[in-house]
Design a protein around this ligand. Structure first.
Ligand code: BEZ
Length: 211
């Protein structure tokens, strides 16, 4: 099965390094990042888990919980955490699913047989408070993820959930945003009191409304 944008993130129960988790109950009304990595005790994955752990304060600020997965067993996850701490200086501060029966990997389509029959790819899902999937990313085993990008996307998702705006390429918190084309000029004047510039009839730019 594959999971697309706007789909409900499939619910599951799983054993994790922080005890049993029922996904929807665990995330509650928070945002969540569910990610898979290919294998424990591998170099790129070691750096990825350290990098995600280091970003916990940023995820907390954005009301976002993180949960990871690979098909390795719990004993392996637990032993590997010592290496992650030693190498990256970070304590893994989120649950890691031991998906040895591939239940969750198959539910989300995290195993791509033409890449590997035995390992999950590097999948990332951002799930909203409504349990709907807001972002999917897939990286190959040889490329570690850019987790600052996840923070940037969360900022965009959380802004655009509350205002009729979209964010342009490479947008960062505090930069101008785009008024969605469905908003008329008349409406834009009241909804965006900071004003807007029409670069084209379909491209109207306004300062970030919640700053
Ligand atoms: C890694 O994390 O370095 C890795 C994992 C699986 C295959 C190749 C690389």
């Amino acid at each position: 099965m594959s999971v697309g944008l706007g789909d409900e993130a499939p619910d599951f129960t799983a054993e994790t390094t922080e005890g049993p988790v029922k996904f929807h109950d665990w995330k509650g009304k928070s945002w969540a990042i569910l990610f898979s990595h290919p294998k424990d005790f591998t170099p790129v994955c070691t750096t990825e888990l350290g990098a995600l752990a280091a970003l916990k304060p940023e995820f907390d600020k954005r009301n976002t919980k993180v949960i990871g997965l690979s098909v390795d067993p719990m004993t392996s996850h637990e032993k590997w955490q010592g290496d992650i701490k030693e190498v990256t200086g970070q304590t893994v501060n989120f649950p890691m699913i031991a998906d040895h029966d591939r239940k969750v990997s198959n539910l989300y389509g995290m195993i791509h047989p033409n890449a590997s029959d035995t390992m999950t790819v590097r999948s990332v899902y951002i799930v909203g408070p409504d349990n709907k999937v807001k972002l999917t990313l897939t990286y190959p085993a040889s490329t570690g993820g850019n987790f600052a990008e996840l923070v940037r996307v969360l900022d965009s998702l959380q802004l655009t959930a509350g205002y009729s705006v979209a964010t342009p390429a490479d947008w960062k918190q505090g930069e101008d945003v785009i008024i969605v084309p469905a908003v008329s000029d008349e409406d834009a004047k009241t909804r965006f009191p900071k004003g807007f510039v029409a670069k084209k009839p379909y491209l109207q730019v306004t300062p970030q409304p919640n700053k």
